[in-house]
Design a protein around this ligand. Structure first.
Ligand code: ATP
Length: 352
């Protein structure tokens, strides 16, 4: 915890971490509700350093994320924005942040706040048992995720730590507790907000005016369309980047005649997971060089089984060919127009 951050002795402190990419009303709802319900003195908001692989995705840099959090949360005087994970860099582990706070805040007064989606995976977090000796856990509801009804529904690794299970409240053998807080749910996620911003749709209900103004001021999450221009040409451009890296079975479709959520799609295979990941990287590099654009999101590139690059109106799917057979996405796109993608002939050496 940074020297600058002042927490008074005996304060009850909540830690709320996330990527906040961007900060949305779901986050604000968590902060204000838990602050009131648990009678906390401070809620510390800790933006996570991004996974190095995700850094290539469009979005705010570290400084911009911190500034966005300040602007979006400055009306709540009990909120502290702590950028320690950004300073540490690399992959962020909550245990390190909790340890830092445990030097100033007694375990009974320290609360780690997570959404139900995170709680379901909590037993995979680094040193989760240690976290549950240094801090209590507060779990807030999130649409499409259900609260555990009984000990049986708890994440597997947590079951052995349960001393008493009482629906809203679980006493743990570590001396700490897990409290479930029901929110007036706001069905919003950062990914949904990003999509809306990218496609120029209204986000009034999802992010505050101050955050929206800041994003606009900084040109963040602006629609990619104007930078990419003709998406059909862009699809062919990406296909050539795939061919250059020996992609197999490259096909492209114009999905505008269909109900699909995107306009164009490209699908290709690599002969191994490694090959598939390197194909996706090749597309990203070529697009960055030519259009100065990063994808809005990148999924699956570590495993290389099915990598998805989202360029707004174009989604690129790169498969390990063996996995592609399982999903047969082309069958879904039969109503679209096949773009008859072909490898461009290699440029001929100039005659002297
Ligand atoms: P993404 O859509 O990119 O996965 P996110 O909306 O889940 O992002 P994060 O910054 O990853 O946002 O979330 C930080 C924390 O806020 C997590 O603990 C998450 O569970 C919680 N959270 C996010 N949105 C909501 C919501 N609408 N209601 C309750 N909790 C939420």
């Amino acid at each position: 915890m940074s020297e600058k951050i002042e927490i008074i002795e005996g304060a009850r402190v909540g830690i709320f971490g996330g990527t906040f990419n961007p900060l949305h009303m779901g986050h604000v709802n968590v902060i204000t509700t838990v602050h009131g319900r648990l009678n906390l003195d401070n809620v510390v908001v800790v933006p996570a350093a991004q996974n190095p692989l995700k850094a290539a995705v469009e979005g705010p840099n570290h400084e911009q994320r911190v500034e966005m959090l300040h602007r979006g949360l400055d009306e709540f005087p009990y909120v502290i924005v702590d950028d320690q994970e950004l300073h540490r860099g690399g992959v962020s582990y909550t245990i390190d942040t909790v340890k830092a706070y445990s030097e100033k805040v007694a375990p009974e007064n320290l609360y780690l706040i997570v959404g139900l989606d995170q709680f379901e995976e909590f037993d995979k977090w680094k040193d989760f048992e240690k976290i549950l000796t240094l801090a209590n856990l507060v779990v807030v509801t999130r649409p499409k995720h259900s609260l555990p009804f009984s000990e049986e529904d708890m994440p597997k690794g947590l079951k052995s730590l349960v001393a008493v299970f009482d629906r809203q409240f679980v006493a743990l053998t570590t001396g700490r507790s897990i409290e479930f807080v029901r929110l007036q749910d706001i069905d919003v996620s950062a990914s949904e907000v990003r999509k809306r911003l990218r496609t120029g749709r209204n986000v009034d209900k999802f992010i505050s005016i101050k955050v929206e103004e800041y994003l606009r001021e900084q040109g963040l999450f602006a629609p990619l369309g104007p930078r990419i221009g003709d998406y059909e040409a862009f699809t062919h451009f990406c296909a050539q980047a795939l061919f250059e890296r020996k992609a197999i079975n490259v096909r492209g479709f114009d999905l505008r005649p269909t109900e699909a959520p995107t306009e164009f799609t490209l699908i290709a295979s690599g002969t191994s997971t490694r090959h598939a990941s390197s194909l996706a990287e090749a597309v990203m590099r070529a697009v960055k060089d030519e259009y100065n654009v990063f994808p809005q999101s990148l999924e699956g590139s570590q495993e290389g089984r099915w990598v998805v690059l989202d360029y707004g109106a174009l989604i690129v799917h790169v498969f390990y060919d063996f996995v592609r057979q399982e999903y047969r996405l082309e069958d879904l796109w039969r109503q679209g127009k096949d773009l008859q993608i072909k490898e461009a002939p290699a440029p001929q050496p100039a005659k002297s």
